[in-house]
Design a protein around this ligand. Sequence first.
Ligand SMILES: Nc1ncnc2c1ncn2[C@@H]1O[C@H](COP(=O)(O)OP(=O)(O)OP(=O)(O)O)[C@@H](O)[C@H]1O
Ligand SMILES: [Mg+2]
Length: 266
Amino acid sequence: MAIEPHVKLSIRSLDHNFGSFQALNQVSLDIGNGEFVCILGASGCGKSTLFNAVSGLLRPTSGEILLDGQDIAARPGQVGYMLQKDLLLPWRTVLGNITLGASLTRGATRADRERAAELARHYGLGEFLRHYPRALSGGMRQRVALMRTIAAGREVMLLDEPFGALDSQTRIGMQQWLLEIWKEMKRTVMFVTHDVDEAIFLADRVVVMLPRPGRIGWIIDVTIPRPRAMDCLTSETFVEIKRRIMEMLYSQATLHGVPGAMTVPA
Ligand SMILES: Nc1ncnc2c1ncn2[C@@H]1O[C@H](COP(=O)(O)OP(=O)(O)OP(=O)(O)O)[C@@H](O)[C@H]1O
Ligand SMILES: [Mg+2]
């Protein structure tokens, strides 16, 4: 099937079953070149499963995943992926962790190390290149893990709750840092979060997924102009978009009988 020229990643009618459990049901989404898409949804609705499929780590039961029109299903390494639990290797320095991708695929060259060091310096990790992860704060470690994903050099990056474990102040700093990188490097980003404010602040579009079976419920355009500063969090448009999303999430939560909470399917 033909692909629109501005579409970078096309996910088409994706289904995935774990045995008799339907984790993804007819998930279809076209993502534009350079677009930032955030995915919200209750625990267990299939967000990480979707990322595992798009990254090629998991072969979907059926459906297509096209990158620039080429089928990448079950072909790892085509997109950058920061997993939900992305751990740094404790025995490698910050620089060693950032160049891990190259080390694993073909051996890191001097040029890889120089490029990684330059990237790290540019984005405020320069002083820590020779440090080991244990000497870094949680926020710094997440920056290194994110930098590793960026250093892999893929045009599309999947980030699964990259700031999940951070306090809100550090988180805000990281969001701004990520938007800067995204703008400078013109990457296409899919970003999973449970934080509605974070989703709206970062995204061009917010995709709300629903559980049992995991599927796309709604897609909301975020019409807030860029560059965005923190004061946009209290703007009328922001509050209106947040209200709509909260209503969607809340209607789903009450639908399952537990106001404000969602149960994970067994
Ligand atoms: N390897 C697996 N085998 C069987 N079931 C699985 C497997 N991986 C995931 N599941 C199930 O598929 C569903 C979706 O899981 P997934 O990890 O994609 O959810 P999620 O939306 O990322 O949740 P969270 O927000 O908690 O990270 C869950 O019900 C989970 O139990
Ligand atoms: Mg997950």
